[in-house]
Design a protein around this ligand. Structure first.
Ligand SMILES: Nc1ncnc2c1ncn2[C@@H]1O[C@H](COP(=O)(O)OP(=O)(O)O)[C@@H](O)[C@H]1O
Ligand SMILES: [Mg+2]
Length: 351
């Protein structure tokens, strides 16, 4: 276990700043998720922590030691990629044992460690099989077991579940998270899937164009996104953004409800909502449609729990409400979050 500290880290590939002034401290035993769209620099950042890529500038410390000049094998890290490759001609046992043999560990110790890892990932009964005799999920678990068998200080995972189908992925998420808690290893997990990030991370780092957009717990990011990028990257469907005279206001679909079920709201504001499509999803109803911002009509979504049985039809306009306390405000130019207080001052000053 170790703290990982990243200071003013840069990585340039020619003209591209893949990682651009990243500052980050990953706590001992923390499960930190790097979340961002494709090309946002997640893999580059992870590879620099692993020692597979040399920073253009900045510093990486693991357990208090600057590791910039240390080769990967001296860093006590383990990494699992999206396209992990098992040795096809070896049994599961030998696949997992491989990293231990290559550092010359004795047979008895190897056996103890392999069996422990295999039990942890529920593949003990598969130890004598070859990779081709395994399902995708089982292979994934073998790759994870092989990565942890050396008992790393830091565990780096780059979209390790993206080859699995949706159902299996949810299961693998649970297992991975459970395992991480069990051994308490400092973990950095890369994904472009916000559901995965919000569900797994103790904290989530949202990246875009090589830069950190926001760092926080899933709840904090969801409640108070730092800018419009984060606001629209999280949530499914994401936060609604509507342009006003002096700012952009944001509200989550589940905070935009038909008038009449707003008893719990402290300061409801009424917004006419032209509903164009209704989607029934069992536990909830999604309503798609338009509200009037300044200028253009703006497309927004409402998410109503199915407990609410109000009849709502596509093609009609209804009075909807949102609580002032649930609104986010963003600067029109920069897209950065504005505190409501600052906004009121700006309004009072007439800007
Ligand atoms: N070896 C490389 N050579 C040139 N450009 C690269 C290389 N690796 C990554 N990049 C560029 O750096 C940016 C970040 O890439 P990457 O770290 O792989 O992002 P992510 O993992 O978030 O998809 C992208 O624009 C990508 O094209
Ligand atoms: Mg990547």
């Amino acid at each position: 276990m170790a703290v990982v500290e990243i200071r003013q880290l840069y990585k340039a590939f020619g003209e591209v700043n893949a990682v651009n002034d990243v500052n980050l401290t990953i706590q001992e035993g923390e499960f930190l998720v790097l979340l961002g769209p494709s090309g946002s620099g997640k893999t580059s950042l992870l590879r620099m922590i692993a020692g597979l890529e040399k920073p253009t500038g900045g510093e990486i410390r693991i357990g208090g030691v600057v590791v910039n000049e240390l080769p990967p094998r001296a860093r006590k890290i383990a990494m699992v990629f999206q396209s992990y490759a098992l040795y096809p001609h070896m049994t599961v046992y030998n696949n997992i044992a491989f990293p231990l043999r290559s550092v010359g560990m004795d047979r008895i110790n190897i056996q103890t460690r392999v069996e422990r890892a295999a039990k942890m990932f529920n593949i003990y009964h598969l130890l004598q099989r070859k990779p081709r005799q395994l399902s995708g999920g089982e292979r994934q678990r073998v790759a994870l077991a092989r990565a942890v068998v050396r008992e790393p200080d830091v565990f780096l995972l780059d979209e390790p579940l993206s080859n699995l189908d949706a159902k299996l992925r949810a299961l693998a998420r649970d297992e991975l998270k459970q395992f991480q808690r069990q051994i308490g290893v400092t973990t950095v997990y890369v994904t472009h899937d916000q559901v995965e990030a919000m569900g797994m991370g103790d904290r989530v780092v949202v990246m875009n164009y090589g830069r950190v957009q926001q760092i926080g717990t899933p709840q904090a990011l969801y409640r108070a996104p730092a800018n419009t990028f984060v606001a629209t990257f999280l949530g499914s469907p994401p936060m609604n953004l509507v342009e006003q005279d002096n700012c952009i206001i944001g509200f989550h679909p589940e905070h935009f409800l038909p008038k009449g079920i707003d008893q719990h709201m402290q300061s409801p504001i009424t917004i006419p909502f032209e509903v164009t499509r209704v989607e029934y999803l069992g536990s909830e109803r999604f309503l798609y449609g338009y509200v009037q911002g300044v200028g253009e009509r703006t497309r927004v979504v409402s998410n109503i729990p199915s407990l609410v049985q109000l009849a709502i039809e596509a093609g009609r306009t209804y009075d909807f409400v949102a609580d002032l306390h649930d609104l986010s405000y963003f600067d029109k130019m920069s897209g950065d979050r504005i505190a409501p207080v600052r906004l009121q001052i700006a309004q009072a000053a007439g800007v």
